[in-house]
Design a protein around this ligand. Structure first.
Ligand code: UT7
Length: 331
């Protein structure tokens, strides 16, 4: 019997309708459309405005659409891994909530928290379950309602983030397609530069933490930027090298969408022209766990069976990494 690999066999995504443009932000904080566009590459982001809707409410249409596209039912799902930093609740997990809402009665599932690298870590984890031979249908979800933890008086963070979510289905493959290799990293000293100060066991929520706005994202952008540029570029180049891939061999780079300048630096290090790089930061901003699957969703029709694809991300923790996969189908 051939070795079992885990292949992505379907992709879907969801972004809320409401837009937050750079012009809107000009009215909220001391910034300009021109500054945001030239420093980050972002024009607008989507926002889940309804205060009664949470991250799982973006996952429901995304995963239901995924199942419909693939022609399977929710009851066939074995496992849901939900990568998010904005779960509906601290517990139970958003995976449990999603399973209930879509009727995935035979699945187990859990959330995975690795900030902007969450989808990469979840993809690797899901792939291992499929490769084991024990699980056949693993749904990997990545997405965030970032607007629920963003301080819209802080221009260091509010200009970057948006809401959105994507998902993929992983299934066994015996043609050698799917996830081939990964390099995944954490460095906890980076926690000082990108975090939420309160809300966890270190500093449970109190009136004082709310008054001090400590439940919002804190970011030392300059430091994160420096580490992101070298981190993402290093692992992306390394994974090419150790799989003997030249720039010609790589069909697509799927980079985390935090800043266009970080994406460009990564592509340059890999020797890839812009045409081979998926970039949607201009219209989605940084959706944290949503960036990679939303790219795959938008580009799905252009992907061909056998394409060599490198996914790469960097985020809070610090967490970062790259995955090399061979695309498994033509749309
Ligand atoms: O996805 C998770 C990982 N996150 C990232 O990868 C984000 C990494 N960081 C970044 O993308 C960038 O650091 C930012 C976009 C957050 C900031 O861009 P920057 O080029 O690093 O700006 P900076 O913080 O060095 O600030 C440069 C100048 C400063 O003014 P002075 O001191 O030179 O007069 C800032 O006060 O720009 C000013 N500035 C702004 N001006 C207008 C900072 N933010 C803004 C703003 N609008 N929103």
């Amino acid at each position: 019997m051939n070795k079992i690999t885990a292949a992505i066999t379907c992709v879907n995504g969801y972004v809320p309708e409401d837009l937050l443009t750079n012009k809107d932000l000009e009215k909220m904080v001391d910034t300009t459309d021109e500054w945001i566009l030239t420093r980050t590459g972002i024009r607008e982001r989507h926002i889940l405005k309804d205060p009664n809707l949470a991250t799982s409410d973006m996952a429901v249409p995304a995963v239901n659409g995924l199942l419909q596209k693939r022609g399977i039912t929710a009851e066939e799902i074995d496992l849901i891994i939900f990568a998010t930093v904005t779960p509906d609740l601290i517990f139970p997990s958003s995976a449990c909530i999603l399973a209930d809402k879509i009727g995935a009665k035979n699945a187990f599932g859990y959330d995975l928290a690795a900030a902007c690298s969450g989808f990469l870590f979840a993809l690797e984890t899901g792939a291992k379950f499929v490769e084991s031979g024990r699980y056949q249908k693993v749904v990997v979800v990545g997405g965030d309602k970032m607007s629920s933890i963003i301080d819209y008086t802080d221009r260091n963070t509010c200009i970057i983030f948006g809401d959105g979510l994507g998902c993929v289905l992983l299934e066994p493959n015996e043609e050698g397609l799917g996830v081939i290799d990964s390099i995944l990293k954490v460095d906890g000293h980076g926690r000082h530069f990108l975090h939420q100060k309160a809300g966890g066991s270190l500093k449970p929520p109190t009136r004082a933490t709310v008054d001090a706005r400590e439940h919002y994202v804190y970011q030392d952008g300059k430091t994160v930027f420096k580490y992101a540029v070298s981190g993402m570029a290093d692992v992306s180049a390394q994974i090419m090298e150790r799989n003997s891939l030249t720039a010609d061999d790589v069909a697509w780079l799927v980079p985390h969408q935090a800043n266009l300048r970080i994406i460009d630096a990564t592509a340059e290090r890999m020797g890839l022209p812009r045409e081979k790089v998926m970039i949607n930061i201009d219209h989605f901003g940084n959706t944290t766990n949503g960036t990679l699957p939303l790219c795959l969703w938008e580009w799905e029709k252009q992907l061909k069976k056998g394409d060599n694809i490198i996914l790469s991300a960097f985020g809070g923790g610090f967490t970062w990494g790259a995955i090399y996969l061979k695309w498994a189908y033509n749309s």
